[in-house]
Design a protein around this ligand. Structure first.
Ligand code: MRU
Length: 359
C-alpha cells in the first residue's frame, strides 16, 4: 500500500502495512528485534489478536492500527451472505481484538471508530458496502497515525534545543506506531531538522523494549544513543546528564494522568526532583475523555517475564512469587507538557486537553 508522498519519506521503518490486492495484513515481529527482522502476514483477524497479545505488535498506536486492520480482515474475508450475519461477525471480531491488551486506549478508540463506520454503512443495507467501508476506515486510521506522528514531531521539536540530551523510556518509535513514532518521533524530527541531539535510552525491564527496539531504531538512523539500565535514570538526571525526558503514553485522561510503561512514574519523580522537564508525546487517539484515574486498567502480565530474561534465561528461583504490572500512572503535577498532533497541552490539563480534543 503506498502512502501519500509527503508522508512516505518519514517512514524509514515499516512496522506494519496492508496489502490491498491480497487483502492481507503484514507486520514486523518486534519480539525478534534486534536479532532478526521477520515479517509475518495473515488473512485471519484472530491471528492479529494473537500477535497483539504476544507482543509481536506492541505500542499503543501500533496496537490500535493493527486492530483496525484485524477488523478489515474480519470484514473482507467473512463468508456471511446477509448483512445481519456480517455485522454479527464484526461484533465478535471487535470483542476478540478488544480482549488482547487492556491499557492501550488506542485499541478501543480504533475498534469503536471502525465499528461506527460499519454501522453507518450497514444503514444502506448492503454487506458489500460494509466490507468496503471497514477496509477504508482501517487504511484511514493507518495513514492518520503516521500523519499525526509527523505533526507531533514538528510541534514537539520546538521544545528541543540544539545539543540537548534526551532521556526516554520504553520504545515509542516507528515500531510502536504505524511508522514514525511519538516521543521518538519528536526526537527523530529534531534530528532531521539538523539539531545535534543525543538520546539516553532505558533498557525497560522486563521486556527490554528500550534495549532491543529503541537502540535498534536509533542506530539504524545514526542518532547517537547511550543505553542505561532502568535503575540508573535517577542518577543520570541528578548528574545533569540529560536535559529533559520525553516518553509516550498508552492512555491519557482529561485530568492529565498518563499511563505508560512501568517505570515512567519513577523517572517523572526523578525529573521533577531535579527540575528537568518531563514531556509526554501522544496522538489525541491516546486520550480517553474521562476524568477518573481509578478507571485506568493496568495490565498485569505473566510472572515468567520477570523470572526470565528474553523468555529464556531464568534469573531467579523458578517458583518465586512475582508482581508484573506492565504500566504505571504518572500524575499530572509531574507532567510539564503533553505534545499532541493538535498542539501542546499544559496545566490545567482538564481545560487544555478538552480543548485539543474538541479542536
Ligand atoms: O507494553 P508495550 O511495549 O506495548 O508498551 C509500550 C509503551 O508503554 C509505550 O511507551 C506507549 O505505548 C507509547 S508508544 C508510541
Amino acid at each position: 500500500m503506498s502512502l501519500p508522498p509527503e508522508l512516505e519519506k518519514y517512514v524509514a521503518i515499516k512496522p506494519l502495512y496492508w496489502d490491498p490486492e491480497a487483502k492481507e495484513f503484514h507486520w514486523l515481529d518486534t519480539r525478534l528485534i534486534p536479532f532478526k527482522e521477520v515479517y509475518r502476514s495473515t488473512r485471519d483477524y484472530r491471528r492479529v489478536a494473537q500477535a497483539i497479545k504476544d507482543m509481536e505488535i506492541r505500542g499503543a498506536p501500533a496496537i490500535g492500527v493493527a486492530a483496525a486492520f484485524g477488523m478489515a480482515l474480519a470484514a473482507v474475508h467473512s463468508n456471511a451472505s446477509s448483512l445481519e450475519g456480517l455485522m454479527k461477525e464484526l461484533r465478535e471480531a471487535q470483542k476478540v481484538l478488544a480482549s488482547t491488551r487492556p491499557t492501550a486506549y488506542n485499541l478501543f478508540w480504533a475498534l469503536d471508530r471502525v465499528m461506527k463506520a460499519a454501522e453507518e454503512a450497514a444503514a444502506k443495507g448492503d454487506p458489500g458496502e460494509v466490507r468496503a467501508r471497514v477496509e477504508e476506515e482501517a487504511v484511514r486510521i493507518y495513514v492518520e497515525d503516521i500523519r499525526a506522528n509527523v505533526e507531533m514531531g514538528r510541534i514537539g521539536s520546538k521544545l528541543i534545543e540544539d545539543g540537548d540530551i534526551i532521556l526516554t523510556h520504553c520504545n515509542t518509535g516507528a515500531l510502536a506506531t504505524a511508522g514514525f513514532g511519538t516521543a521518538l518521533g519528536v526526537i527523530r524530527y529534531a534530528y532531521y531538522e539538523g539539531k545535534n541531539v543525543k538520546v539516553i535510552a532505558t533498557e525497560t525491564r522486563p521486556l527490554l523494549q528500550g534495549a532491543r527496539l529503541t537502540v535498534w531504531e536509533l542506530k539504524k538512523e545514526g542518532i547517537p544513543v547511550k543505553l542505561i539500565t532502568d535503575n540508573m535514570a535517577g542518577l543520570v538526571l541528578r548528574q545533569g546528564l540529560a536535559d529533559e525526558v520525553i516518553v509516550g503514553a498508552d492512555r491519557i485522561i482529561l485530568t492529565g494522568h498518563v499511563a505508560n510503561k512501568i517505570g515512567t512514574y519513577m523517572i517523572a519523580l526523578a525529573a521533577w526532583h531535579n527540575s528537568k522537564p518531563f514531556y509526554v508525546a501522544a496522538p489525541t487517539s491516546t486520550i480517553q475523555p474521562v476524568e477518573d484515574p481509578s478507571s485506568i486498567v493496568i495490565e498485569e502480565r505473566s510472572p515468567d517475564e520477570v523470572r526470565k530474561v528474553l523468555g529464556q534465561h531464568l534469573i531467579t528461583v523458578p517458583d518465586v512469587d512475582v508482581y508484573n504490572p506492565a504500566f504505571d500512572v504518572t500524575p499530572p503535577e509531574l507532567v510539564t507538557a503533553i505534545i499532541t498532533e493538535r498542539g501542546i497541552a499544559r496545566q490545567p490539563y482538564k481545560r487544555s486537553l478538552r480543548k485539543l480534543l474538541q479542536g
